[in-house]
Design a binder for this molecule. Structure first.
Ligand code: SF4
Length: 326
């Protein structure tokens, strides 16, 4: 499903998600990815869905939501992969523009060294750029990038985009215990972010089941240290670690709604029950999806999550080498 949600977003309110690429085309295979490992990373932008198909899917979803009196605050290109791998990204943003809803893109930043990618992103109203590490070794361990990528050119690309961008630029740093939550690593990230001056620098932690079960969020002391470190250099720093709530949009086709959201966003049990209640459906719907193998139950950090099965595998050597905590 191309358009999904809206999902409650801690940054963007009610955000209609747009999957502009299929699962899971990505330049990275982050240890904390909630969609699972990337089987084969890639770095050359190419065409996926025709832009007109994306517009049609978004417009149909908005109409179905409007019939139920449900509003949307943002259209967000946040696929279960890297949105800038789509060579049509700029054209898609232009096609969506007449819908009159602001457009956001959440990117892992890895292709910002490419001029055409920066040109496409300049069209968005709101951008989130990922900066988990500025040390190449830490970056390789946490983001597990495609082998052709170079961190110094990526950081230079982010700086170049920040200089030209006229919308709202934010950054996101995902902190993983034992990987990038040390003082040296976070201090270096803070130094880099101070050069691009994001409107808000978000600090995230894995709050949903990650690709690698060993991945854990930092403890409170490490989170507080990271916050202090960034706050000393940046005007506004916020955590992205609170539960985002249960206000998932419903179009009335409850199984479709559940599967579309669960494909990119593991659903906490409370949120799933709220979504069922909105559609007048019973828990038996979830049991049916579980027994059909369409959904799976994962326990993480004391909560029960329901996530879509994504049949993806990754070479064992890659997981073992890259996921080991420092
Ligand atoms: S977290 Fe994002 S950037 Fe990292 S592997 Fe998953 S989809 Fe790709």
């Amino acid at each position: 499903m191309i358009a999904f949600g809206p999902v409650p977003s801690r940054r963007l309110g009610r955000s209609l998600g747009i999957n502009n690429i299929p699962p899971k085309s990505c330049t990275y295979s982050c240890v904390y990815c909630q969609v699972g490992p990337t089987a084969m990373t890639e770095t050359t932008p190419r065409a996926f869905y025709p832009p007109e198909e994306i517009l049609r899917s978004v417009a149909q979803r908005l109409e179905a939501l409007a019939r139920r009196g449900e509003g949307v605050d943002w259209l967000t290109l946040v696929p279960d992969g890297e949105p800038t791998l789509d060579a049509n990204l700029g054209a898609i943003i232009d096609l969506l523009r007449p819908l009159g809803i602001p457009i956001a893109v959440i990117t892992n930043s890895s292709l910002l060294w490419r001029a055409e990618v920066r040109a496409a992103l300049l069209r968005a109203d709101w951008l989130s750029v990922k900066v988990d590490a500025t040390d190449p070794e830490v970056w390789r361990r946490i983001n597990r990038p495609d082998s052709i990528l170079q961190l110094d050119t990526i950081l230079a690309g982010i700086a170049r985009l920040a200089a030209d961008y006229r919308g709202t630029l934010t950054s996101e740093t995902m902190l993983v215990a034992g990987l990038n939550d040390g003082q040296e690593s976070i201090g270096a990230v803070a130094d880099f972010l101070s050069t691009i001056q994001p409107s808000v620098a978000y600090l995230a932690a894995p709050t949903r089941p990650p690709a690698e079960p060993r991945v854990r969020p930092p403890n409170e002391a490490a989170l507080a240290r990271a916050y202090q470190s960034l706050s000393a250099r940046l005007p506004r720093v916020e955590y992205l670690i609170a539960y985002e709530g249960d206000d998932f949009g419903s179009t009335g086709r409850v199984e479709d709604d559940i599967l579309a959201v669960a494909a990119v966003h593991p659903l906490r049990e409370e949120a799933l029950r709220a979504l069922l209640a909105k559609s007048g459906a019973e828990w038996t719907t979830v049991k049916r999806l579980l027994s059909a193998g369409a959904l799976r139950l994962v326990e993480y950090d004391g909560h029960r999550f329901y996530t879509r099965r994504v049949p993806i595998s990754v070479p064992v050597a890659m997981v073992g080498a890259a996921a080991s905590p420092r």
